[in-house]
Ligand binder design. Structure first.
Ligand code: GDP
Ligand code: GDP
Length: 437
């Protein structure tokens, strides 16, 4: 399971600048229109062959003066409970503040490694200014300039050396791992209880290695799968429960450790920003998806028109990825609970599809012949053949073309949709690459 690093610190110390530098997401922010805002808060970093996730806690700060400091303090606590390592950012331009001391107190008590990072050391002559932060009792600060990148290589060396060894979970790779995710009160605990029912014998806790047990094995009614992070769902902390940041931190862990995400949406509220944020975490991690519109018992008029309106609203928000099942269910009355499990299993199987090269070309080449890529700059663009790549995390297809650089996103998407029309990939993200032949 991947490690999670949280960046904490006062506003304006340079958290988001550092986050961008470590995740190199600047390009993504400019070019990627959907989901841009959240890309600034959750990303992946790779250093010396080790990959970990990073969260910028600054992205979730509630910007209202009276609750501001309390909210940040709460976030720091959540970060210490949910992350594997904290980067505590301070700023040599402003120097040591009372607030830094407050946060340091929380961090010193926490049971996870904390790296103190002094930012805005734009030239090495300024490094002596960072000495005062030693008083925080968190060791010598790592001096960096997030703006220029100075010192960030050394910082990453320390991060990688400090991160706990990636925990090896004792799980069977052939058994699907389902995560139930969604915002607070969507009905996550209720649906898990509905799966399990009174019969506690159908689940077995799997000993986690580093922290709470994260997998529960479910084996009954012809289903065999792991539920991810049910312990976290059952154990509720009243204070932090409603913080979006808290639910996001929890979701990250569950999503990263799953194959299929069961995204719970509250029928009485529809899709809101918070649902979208979780959806984007699922997409960013290339996980398979089913959406459960829960509390369907509370919706009075359930005719087809209402159902279609609901579905369209969800697909519109989540476009362009729209090839996933939506199930209207009730954790309370247990309506369609079995269907949810059945569908999650199907969606998992779709992830492992293998399409033979001959069959793929037989179907795709005539489609391409009928609707070829538009010619660009007076050049004909030809796709000669295609194949599915072996051993990939999600089904990945390559189309070999004479001039791949002229094949634009709409055509790539057209190819993706045609693959989806012809094979069962419901709920499953896929890659479509165009390469030079
Ligand atoms: P956040 O609120 O903690 O996320 O801080 P930001 O990343 O938004 O940065 C706040 C301000 O500090 C911005 O104007 C940045 O350009 C500036 N800043 C960030 N890192 C550095 C740095 O290394 N050196 C200098 N001089 N300015 C920086
Ligand atoms: P979680 O925060 O996502 O784990 O949500 P809970 O499972 O704790 O549910 C939040 C509230 O919604 C509780 O009061 C549940 O009883 C209620 N609830 C959950 N599922 C349903 C449902 O299908 N129908 C109705 N009417 N209430 C539900």
């Amino acid at each position: 399971m991947p490690n999670l690093v949280a960046i904490v610190g006062r506003p304006n110390v340079g958290k988001s600048t550092l986050f961008n530098r470590l995740t190199q997401s600047r390009k993504a922010i400019v070019s990627d229109t959907a989901g841009t805002t959240r890309d600034r808060q959750y990303g992946k970093c790779q250093w010396n062959g080790q990959e970990f996730s990073i969260v910028d806690t600054g992205g979730w700060v509630v910007k209202s003066d009276d609750i501001f400091e309390g909210a940040i303090r709460e976030q720091v606590k959540v970060a210490t409970e949910e992350a594997d390592l904290v980067l505590f950012l301070v700023d040599v331009e402003t120097g040591l503040t009372d607030w830094d001391e407050d946060v340091a107190t929380i961090l010193r008590r926490a049971k996870l490694p904390v790296i103190l990072v002094a930012n805005k050391v734009d030239n090495s002559g300024e490094a002596y200014e960072a000495a005062e932060f030693y008083k925080l009792g968190l060791g010598d600060p790592q001096c960096i300039s997030a703006a220029t990148g100075g010192g960030t290589g050394d910082l990453l060396d320390v991060v990688v050396a400090t991160l706990p060894k990636e925990a090896k979970e004792i799980v069977d790779d052939d058994i699907p791992r389902f995560a139930v995710v969604g915002r607070p009160n969507a009905g996550k605990s209720s649906i898990i209880n509905a799966f399990i029912g009174e019969d506690r014998n159908i689940v077995t806790e799997i000993a986690g290695t580093t922290r709470d047990s994260i997998y529960t094995r479910f084996n009954k009614f012809g289903f065999d799968f792991y539920l991810v992070d049910t312990a976290g769902i059952r154990k509720k902390n009243k204070v932090t429960e409603d913080l979006e940041f808290y639910s996001v931190m929890r979701s990250i862990r569950s999503i990263e450790n799953s194959d299929v995400c069961i995204l719970m949406v509250d029928a009485t509220r529809g899709i809101e920003a918070q649902d979208m944020n979780i959806f984007q975490l699922i997409q960013k991690n290339n996980k398979s998806l089913i959406v459960v519109v829960n509390k369907w018992d509370l919706v009075e008029n359930k005719d087809q028109k209402v159902i279609d309106t609901f579905k369209n609203a969800i697909y519109n928000r989540m476009a362009p990825f729209v090839d996933f099942p939506i199930i209207f269910a009730s954790a309370l009355t247990k309506q369609r609970i079995f269907k949810v499990l059945e569908t999650a299993k199907e969606v998992y199987q779709n992830r492992h599809i293998h399409i033979g090269t001959t069959k793929l070309n037989e179907v795709m080449l005539p489609i391409i012949e009928q609707t070829p890529p538009p010619s660009t700059k007076g050049k004909y663009i030809k796709i000669k053949y295609c194949s599915q790549l072996p051993n990939t995390q999600i089904p990945s297809f390559v189309f070999y073309a004479n001039l791949p650089q002229y094949i634009k996103e709409p055509y790539r998407r057209f190819l993706e949709n045609k693959i989806r029309d012809n094979w069962s990939l419901h709920g499953c993200p896929i890659n479509v690459f165009i390469r030079q032949k």
